[in-house]
Structure formats: structure tokens, C-alpha cells
Design a protein around this ligand. Structure first.
Ligand code: UT7
Length: 367
């Protein structure tokens, strides 16, 4: 049975920075309160030209470069996002087209902030079963487009960004060792975005009522998060046959430093074992785990053989954890040239559109 190794990683965040001081000019809050209650100092906000797919494509090319894998070799693309560009087509398909990943099946997965863990597990299981060899797992969000900038309870938290991992089949043991996934829909109302779906299709009234904006019971989510972070971690470790002492790093969902501290207390592990970068990016939902991972790798923190736990929670409610043995760089045979590859993907895309247009004309004449 093949093992699912993490062989590539990349991240992309928009350039514009929104500081706590900037937010204090929009709502009644201040830098001290936000830092003390959340640990966040600033977050990145998408420009008009940034979309979940464009951020994801940048992160994905970086991940493919690290893995030395050409987009055409991908079998599967899973895009985890709660801020898709459209209800359909899936954002994953927009990414597939922009990458030129001609062989890949692509779909979106919505499990809010836990999505990246669920997506990694799905990709790893597909590899472990022998069905596929190469998968791209993406977490990407432009939450700023759905934030109520008049609600100080939510607008201080969220930021935009994307992260991507390449998972590949290898014969040597390692990679994803175990994962647990949980949901409890009875708590769906704690964190939701009710408008724009088929229960509340967009109308003037839904917009007036703010149904297209994030609604959150902060305290309720906080309580839930502090309960499940440690239990999910322990469960995934048990499934992998590992003990807490075997774990080198924990990469938690970056929501609030107090939630991460509570998880550390629950697990009786020192905070030094936790990767935390929410100070500069805020809560980027499903993108937060891969973004924190990429930064940790760039700082040289992960070494081959390290056992790592990725653990998250979020709307749904959803929560889960995944244990992996770090593989380290193991670049494949291909040198990736993102600019060239991107141009090639664009030409291919235009060609296919033209082909479909001409087909339409020919069919029209026949009819
Ligand atoms: O990916 C999952 C996403 N969601 C989360 O992770 C959310 C988890 N929850 C949290 O992070 C926290 O609940 C918040 C940061 C959202 C809020 O912190 P809190 O310690 O739970 O504050 P609170 O809602 O209990 O409010 C305490 C006080 C209230 O004032 P009073 O009623 O005690 O006078 C709030 O009105 O703080 C006030 N407050 C603020 N003050 C200054 C709430 N938000 C702010 C603010 N600035 N931004």
C-alpha cells in the first residue's frame, strides 16, 4: 500500500496590510484589546484583483516547484474554501484551468476552518488506496469580502490568504499517518453565512439584513474550540499509535492565541511546540494551517522524520486532526517555471474556449 507524503508546499497572501489601528478607525476598538483578546496585530486584505483562485494558483505553483511536479501530472485537486468565487463552477476548476492541470479531477470542499484537514485526509486516502498518485490540496479564502466591517466582534479576526500542499504516493513509510474528522450540525448557527445559498437566495432584502455577511457567536465558538482541539489531537495520535511525547510540532488552526494556549494546557504541552503566526495574518480560516506550516518550514523548524499534528475547528461545526511524518524536500524530476506554465495554461484555456465556440457554430449550422 503506498504512503501519502507531503512533498511540496506554498503560500500566498495579498499585499495590503490592515492593522488593529486601522480597524480602530472603523469600529469602537483598540490595538490593546485586540492583541490581548486574540493575539492578532494585523491581517492581509485582498485587493480588487485578488480572488481565492488567483491566491491559490500562486501558492500552488510554489508547492509544485518544491515538489518538482508538473501541473499535468496532478491526478486530483481539492480546494477547501468557505469563500468560493461562485456557487458553481467550483473554485477548484478555476484553479485547475489556471494551472493547466489537464489530467486532474477538481472539486471544492466546504468544512470551514477545518477544511484543509478534511481535504488532506481525502487526498491521502485516495493515494493510500492506490487510486491516484499525485494530489494538490489547497486552502484559500478571501473572507474580507464577507466580513461585516461594522461588527467589532468579527471584523477584528479575519484575514485573506492561501496555502497549498502537494501529496504524493511513495513506497517508503511516512507522510500522513492518521486523521480524524468530526462534525456537529446542531451548532451550525454559531458561525454562519446564511445568504446567497438556496435557502436565502440573494435579494435586496437579504442584502439589507446582512445575510451575506459572516455571523458569529464568538463566545460559543470559543467554548467549542477549547473543548475539541486537545481531544481531536489525542484521538489522531492514538490512531497513529503515537504518544504526545513523540510529537515535535503542532500546527493549530490560527483563530485566537487564547484558544491555542487552552489547547496547550489541555494537552499538557509547552507553547513552544505550537506553530503560531496569527499575529501577522489573523484567522485565514482553511488557509491558516498551510500558511503557518509554510512559514515554519521557511524558518527551518521542520526536519525530516518530525511527527507533526495539524489540528483545526470551525463552522459546521467541524473539527479534526491529522498526524504526519515530515518528509522534507524530495524534489521530483521537473523544474517548474510558473510564468511559462501559467502562459501555457492560458493559451490552452483560450484554445479550448475557441474550440467549443467553433463546435457551437458547426452544430448551429447542422440544426
Ligand atoms: O475559525 C473560527 C472562527 N471564530 C473564532 O475563533 C472565534 C472565537 N471567539 C473569540 O475569538 C472571542 O470570543 C472574540 C475575540 C470574538 C471575543 O472575545 P471575548 O473575550 O469572547 O469577548 P466578548 O465577546 O465576551 O466581549 C467582552 C467585552 C464585551 O463588552 P461588555 O459587554 O463586557 O461591556 C464586548 O462588547 O468586550 C467587548 N468587545 C470589544 N471591545 C473592544 C467585543 N469585541 C470588542 C472589540 N474591541 N473588538
Amino acid at each position: 500500500m503506498p504512503y501519502a507524503h507531503i512533498t511540496g508546499w506554498g503560500m500566498s497572501v495579498p499585499e495590503p496590510v490592515l492593522t488593529n489601528d486601522d480597524i480602530s478607525k472603523m469600529v469602537e476598538t483598540n490595538d490593546e484589546w485586540i492583541r490581548e483578546r486574540t493575539g492578532i496585530r494585523e491581517r492581509r486584505i485582498a485587493r480588487a484583483s485578488d480572488f481565492p483562485s488567483t491566491l491559490a494558483v500562486e501558492a500552488s505553483f510554489k508547492a509544485l516547484e518544491v515538489a518538482g511536479l508538473a501541473p499535468g501530472e496532478l491526478d486530483l485537486i481539492i480546494c477547501s474554501t468557505s469563500t468560493p468565487e461562485y456557487l458553481f463552477p467550483a473554485t477548484a476548476c478555476l484553479i485547475q484551468d489556471q494551472l493547466g492541470a489537464t489530467k486532474a479531477g477538481a472539486f471544492d470542499l466546504l468544512a470551514a476552518c477545518t477544511g484543509f484537514i478534511f481535504a488532506m485526509n481525502m487526498a491521502a486516502q485516495s493515494i493510500r488506496s492506490g487510486a491516484i498518485k499525485n494530489a494538490l490540496v489547497i486552502g484559500t479564502e478571501t473572507l474580507s469580502r464577507f466580513v461585516n466591517w461594522q461588527d467589532r466582534g468579527t471584523c477584528i479576526l479575519f484575514g485573506d490568504g492561501a496555502g497549498a500542499f502537494v501529496l504524493q504516493a511513495r513506497d517508503i513509510p511516512g507522510g500522513v499517518l492518521s486523521a480524524v474528522m468530526h462534525s456537529d450540525g446542531s451548532g451550525g448557527d454559531l458561525l454562519s453565512l446564511p445568504g446567497g445559498g438556496s435557502r436565502y437566495p440573494a435579494t435586496e432584502a437579504t442584502v439589507r439584513e446582512g445575510k451575506h455577511l459572516i455571523q458569529m457567536d464568538g463566545k460559543g465558538v470559543f467554548r467549542f474550540a477549547t473543548k475539541v482541539m486537545a481531544s481531536a489531537t489525542e484521538e489522531a495520535l492514538q490512531l497513529a499509535g503515537l504518544k504526545k511525547e513523540d510529537i515535535r510540532w503542532i500546527v493549530p488552526h490560527q483563530a485566537n492565541s487564547r484558544i491555542i494556549e487552552a489547547a496547550a494546557r489541555g494537552l499538557k504541552l509547552p507553547m513552544e511546540r505550537f506553530i503560531v503566526n496569527l499575529e501577522r495574518f489573523g484567522n485565514t480560516s482553511t488557509a491558516s494551517i498551510p500558511i503557518a506550516t509554510v512559514e515554519a518550514i521557511e524558518k527551518g523548524r521542520f526536519a525530516p522524520g518530525d511527527k507533526i499534528v495539524f489540528v483545526g475547528f470551525g463552522g459546521g461545526l467541524t473539527w479534526g486532526a491529522l498526524v504526519a511524518e515530515w518528509t522534507g524536500p524530495s524534489a521530483g524530476p521537473h523544474k517548474i517555471h510558473p510564468r511559462r506554465q501559467r502562459l501555457w495554461a492560458r493559451i490552452r484555456s483560450i484554445f479550448h474556449r475557441l474550440e467549443r465556440f467553433l463546435e457551437g457554430v458547426i452544430w448551429g449550422r447542422r440544426a
